[in-house]
Design a protein around this ligand. Sequence first.
Ligand code: ZN
Length: 254
Amino acid sequence: MIDSHIHADTRPFEDFELMAVSGIEGALTCAHDPLEMTSSDVVMAHFRRLLTVDPERAARNGLKLYTALGIHPRAIPRDPERVIEKLPDLLKNPSVVAVGEVGLDSGSEIEKDVFKSQLKVAEELGYPVIVHTPRRGKADVTPQIMDVIDGTIDESMVVVEHVNMEVLPELVETECMLGLTVQPEKLTPEEAVEILREYGTERFVLNSDMSSAPSDPLSVPRTVQRMKMEGFSRSDIRRVSDGNIRDLLKISPI
Ligand SMILES: [Zn+2]
């Protein structure tokens, strides 16, 4: 199993052990907004931590961490261009497998500019992108996110995260991979399974998005267990909990 979206820098050492003993082999840790990102220096310090401290903490528990780097829409510094110009070099780090998480939160013009510039870098260099959708105003902001993606990067290179019933009917018409975030204030395992029953497993990935907000490090195994109990096939379960995200990030089985 792979947890396709976490924020390892906000979690205690013990969570990684809990994940590993539950059968999670790897996780994608995404850049986000843990600090007030006043300047590009703060963003770069955050990136450095994601590339050094957290992979080591996870590895000591037998959990492989992969990294996504980018400017989160709630973490835009006063000089975002300084981060964006360094992004191509940062992506060369062997543990970096995606740009993210990027996207829109309020949908402001500056958010759109920063999002689009990062999509262009990902497109030019052939990296997949992890795209945040907001908790509030999801139905309004998600179409704006799709507008920015449209014509900038191939939809098949994008994971649209934290999808729910509100935005699914439109998103299933796209080529994007869709992230089901199972978290106390987002989806329950039962709700995620209901979505998978209705829409199939081809286009979905499971994650906890565990952070300093209420989180469950066992979201993925709990949802897998629920799928098993409801009679989903082994290949369906494998696809959403492992195969789809490995294919997109081009990471081989551990
Ligand atoms: Zn996140």
